[in-house]
Write a protein that binds this ligand. Structure first.
Ligand SMILES: [Mg+2]
Length: 386
C-alpha cells in the first residue's frame, strides 16, 4: 500500500487555528493527522508539502523508517515546524495502518492498559465567584482533577500583563478556591510561562503547601538549569513538556527528574512514534503522562489512543466541559470523533483513530483566517510571554 497524496487543511475551529492533514493511499484507505503548532499553520503546511514531494509512492505501513527519514533527511534536523509536520503525517499513517489491519490504533501500540481515559478539566473565569462556581460544578460532574484559572492583572487591559500583580492576585484566588472545595480535590494551574524563576518561587511560597497539586509551565523551557533552580525552591510538582518537539527536548527534563508530569503533545513531539518513546522513558523515572490536548478532535483521538496504550498515565486535557461550552467543538464537520462520557473518554473500538471528517463541509464550515494570540507587554511596554 503506497502513499498516493498528502493534503493539508488549515482551518479555524473551536476558537483556534488548526491544521489537519490527510494522507491517501493507492488502495483507497486514508488517514487523518493534526499538527499542534497553532497559529503557524502556513509554515507547517509548507514543510508537509516538502515531505510529500518524496513520500508519495512510499510504503504507508513502514512508519518508523519514514519517521527517521523525515527527521534525518535534512542537514538542519528537527525544530518545532518540522516535527509538527512529522507528527501530523505519523498520526495519519497510524490511522491508515489501524484501518488496514482492522484494529484501533492502541492495538498497534501494544494493546490497552485501561478501561477508560481520565481527563482533567480547565476552569475559565475572570472573577473569583465564577471560578469557584465552575470548580464546584466540575467536581460534582465527575472530574477529580481540575486546572484552575490565573488572575491576570491589569484586568480588562488587552495585551498588558503585570507579573507581580498577577501572581499576588492568583495566589489569593488559589487559596480561596482550595478552601472552598476542600482537601479531596486535585487542583493544578497553568502559568503559561508568564513568570520568571523568582516570581514563580514567590507565587508558590505565598500559599500553604497542599494548595496546589501541580503547577504547569511557570517559566520558559529553553534552559533546564533554570527549572532545576526552581525545583530547589519549591516542592510543588511540575507539569512540563507541551512545547517539546522531540525526545531530545525531553531528555534533560526526564533524566534530571525536573518534571513530575509529562505534558507530551502528540501533534508536536513527533506523533505516536516519538510520543511512545517519551512515555517509556518517563515510565523509567516514575513520571506519568498528562497529555496536552488543546486543539481539535484528531489531536484528541490520537491522545486517547496513546493514553490507552501506556502504563504511566494520569489525566488527558479536555476542552468540552459543563458550564463553558463556548468553543463549539461539536461541529458537524467531525462526523465521528471521541466524545466524553462524564469526565472520561471511552477507549475507542473502531479501526484506526475512529475519526470521520466531512471534507467538503470542513472547507466550508471552518475556513482558515489570520489568527494571532495576544502579544503581551508589561507596563513599561517591554515584551513578555503570552
Ligand atoms: Mg499549558
Amino acid at each position: 500500500m503506497k502513499i498516493k497524496s498528502i493534503s493539508t487543511y488549515p482551518l479555524f475551529h473551536g476558537g483556534k487555528s488548526q491544521l489537519l492533514v490527510r494522507v491517501d493511499t493507492d488502495e483507497g484507505l486514508y488517514g487523518w493527522g493534526e499538527s499542534g503548532l497553532t497559529t503557524r499553520e502556513k509554515a507547517v503546511a509548507g514543510a508537509i508539502e516538502h515531505y510529500a514531494g518524496w513520500l508519495v509512492g512510499r510504503d504507508a505501513m513502514n512508519i518508523g523508517a519514514l519517521w527517521q527519514e523525515m527527521y534525518r533527511s535534512q542537514y538542519f534536523e528537527g525544530g518545532r515546524v518540522l516535527t509538527a509536520a512529522i507528527s501530523a503525517i505519523d498520526i495519519a499513517l497510524h490511522d491508515i495502518k489501524g484501518k488496514a489491519l482492522g484494529v484501533p490504533v492502541w492495538q498497534l501500540l501494544g494493546g490497552k492498559h485501561r478501561d477508560f481515559v481520565d481527563t482533567f478539566a480547565s476552569v475559565r473565569a475572570t472573577d473569583l465567584g465564577r471560578a469557584k462556581e465552575l470548580t464546584h460544578l466540575l467536581l460534582e460532574s465527575g472530574w477529580e482533577c481540575v486546572r484552575l484559572p490565573r488572575k491576570e492583572e491589569p484586568a480588562g487591559v488587552p495585551g498588558r500583563y503585570d507579573p507581580w500583580k498577577s501572581l499576588i492576585a492568583t495566589s489569593e484566588w488559589l487559596m480561596a478556591i482550595r478552601e472552598s472545595v476542600g482537601r479531596k480535590a486535585i487542583l493544578g494551574i497553568d502559568i503559561h510561562h508568564r513568570l520568571n524563576v523568582a516570581e514563580t518561587a514567590s507565587l508558590l511560597q505565598r500559599m500553604p503547601l497542599g494548595t496546589l497539586d501541580w503547577i504547569e509551565e511557570p517559566i520558559r523551557d529553553e534552559t533546564p538549569e533554570a527549572y532545576e533552580a526552581l525545583r530547589r525552591m519549591t516542592p510543588v510538582p511540575f507539569a512540563l513538556g507541551e512545547e517539546f518537539a522531540s525526545k531530545w527536548q525531553f531528555l534533560p527534563y526526564v533524566e534530571r527528574d525536573i518534571l513530575q508530569y509529562a505534558r507530551v503533545d502528540i501533534c508536536n513531539v513527533g506523533g505516536f512514534t516519538e510520543a511512545m518513546k517519551v512515555a517509556g522513558w518517563c515510565e523509567a523515572h516514575y513520571v506519568d503522562l498528562m497529555p496536552h490536548n488543546p486543539l481539535g478532535p484528531v489531536c484528541t483521538a490520537a491522545s486517547v489512543h496513546m493514553a490507552a496504550a501506556v502504563a504511566n498515565f494520569a489525566w488527558l486535557e479536555c476542552r468540552e466541559t459543563p458550564g463553558q461550552d463556548d468553543w463549539d467543538m461539536d461541529s458537524p464537520v467531525f462526523v465521528e470523533r471521541p466524545k466524553l462520557d462524564g469526565a472520561r473518554f471511552p477507549v475507542p473500538t473502531k479501526p484506526g483513530l475512529g475519526i470521520e471528517i466531512d471534507v467538503d463541509a470542513l472547507v466550508k464550515a471552518a475556513p482558515a483566517k489570520p489568527f494571532e494570540f495576544p502579544h503581551y507587554r508589561r507596563r513599561d511596554n517591554s515584551h513578555t510571554n503570552w
